[in-house]
Design a protein around this ligand. Structure first.
Ligand code: ZN
Length: 417
């Protein structure tokens, strides 16, 4: 096992640890350790809400989740010799849930959760149709996930970090703040908001204290969006075996990681759509000097996805076009087309006895594939969403006999509401 450079005590909050991570992006957040090119190291990661979501049957914790404290990130790790203009090579050697024996109330070990966030606290991809909060707890048995809140489904996890990235330069951070503020100004009262401003309340900035803390907290970027540095990309294919190439914007690169997912569907559509968990990740870093210019990767990471994924040979796919549920024609709106494909899939799954919320949670959490299939055929773009038929323990395909009903004897347990 590689040396643990960022340990977490499962019985303590993120801010009470021996080494304290961070939950904002800023070039002046001090590194917690320095690593050499070629070095492998282990990092413990807290689930993104630092233990505020509980293994129970109520969604009150999701409904009132403290969004100002996310994401609990481990790091930053300075890489010796890294300079702006380099590409930072990051290999994901291993990634998994916290071992059962390290059990603690805040770890999220042996289980994870998927949440539908309420419209007034986070929202989600289909928040117009699902304005209230729901939650499903998933149990892990080896690589398999099952949920007492969603019967009839089990699948192999594609474990990956939802969030990983390098620190922005002061110039890049200023650009983020400027463009995101400009977007917010177009509709400042929108719920959910168009973007999130820097927020000192709830900020965790590693070892920074006093006046430095106050200054950095006032300008540090929130971690919700993916940006040029990587960040919250929520790419389900960043599994074990992945190699990512991140742009380096500050001396040392200052790599951070967190928001581990046991599994996730493309799009992470419920906003907390993955199976969120605490865990560990083993990384190895290296440098390509001046790689940003050499490869034209001046912003946004490129990567070689891992090859650890469940093998499915059959998929039931749903398509959607850029026409609203009210019948209004939109021009090549792929976001809308993908929403419509997801809504068709949800509607279909309810015919088997699932509630719409259960179906929505399945699309967020299971290894669902999403694609933009056609983006040029005016006026409709076409998006598709693919469900592996094997994740259901009944026949989910259409047939002359009509849809089977799940758990006819027991009825369908309600999703945590
Ligand atoms: Zn996440």
């Amino acid at each position: 096992m590689p040396e643990v450079l960022f340990p977490l005590d499962s019985t303590k909050r993120f801010t009470e640890q021996e080494i304290i991570g961070h939950n904002r992006w800023h070039p002046e957040i001090p590194p917690v350790a320095e690593v050499r090119p070629g070095q492998s190291f282990r990092v413990h990661c807290r689930e993104w809400f630092d233990g505020h979501i509980h293994n129970d049957d109520s969604a009150d914790d999701v409904r009132h989740a403290p969004l100002e404290i996310v994401h609990a990130l481990s790091g930053p790790f300075a890489v010796r010799g890294a300079e702006p203009g380099d590409l930072l090579v990051v290999d994901i050697l291993d990634v998994g849930p916290i071992p059962q024996e390290d059990s603690g109330p805040l770890a999220g070990q042996g289980w994870g959760y998927t949440g539908i966030f309420s419209r007034t606290n986070g929202g989600g991809f289909l928040t117009d149709f699902f304005p209230d909060a729901y939650k499903a707890i998933w149990d892990f048995t080896g690589q398999r996930a099952t949920s007492r809140h969603i019967p009839g489904v089990s699948f192999t996890g594609m474990i990956h970090p939802g969030l990983m990235g390098t620190a922005p330069s002061a110039k890049l951070l200023a650009r983020w703040n400027e463009r995101e503020a400009a977007l917010r100004a177009t509709d400042p009262d929108r719920v959910p908001p168009l973007s999130l401003p820097p927020l000192a309340d709830g900020a965790i900035l590693g070892s920074l204290r006093g006046a430095d803390f106050d200054r950095v907290a006032a300008e540090a970027a929130r971690t919700a969006p993916p940006r040029e540095n990587g960040g919250n990309q929520d790419i389900k294919n960043l599994t074990k075996g992945t190699r990512v190439f991140y742009p380096v914007y500050v001396p040392g690169a200052n790599l951070s990681v967190g928001d581990l997912h046991f599994s996730q569907g493309d799009g992470e559509i419920t906003f907390c759509g993955a199976i969120e968990m605490g865990g560990y990740i083993d990384l190895r870093v290296d440098l390509i000097k001046d790689g940003m210019e050499a490869y034209g990767v001046s912003e946004n990471a490129i990567f070689l996805p891992g090859n650890v994924a469940p093998q499915y040979s059959e998929w039931l796919a749903f398509s959607g076009i850029s026409v609203t549920t009210d019948g209004e024609q939109r021009y090549l709106d792929s976001q809308l087309a993908f929403q419509r494909a997801c809504l068709h899939a949800i509607d279909y799954l309810t015919r088997f006895g699932y509630s719409p919320e259960q179906a929505y949670l399945i699309l967020g959490a299971a290894p669902i594939e999403g694609r933009f299939s056609g983006v040029v055929d005016i006026p409709n773009s076409c998006a598709t969403v693919y469900l592996p038929t094997a994740i259901f323990d009944f026949d989910v395909r259409p047939s002359a006999g009509g849809p089977a009903r799940i758990d006819p004897g027991r009825g369908v347990p309600k999703t945590a509401r």
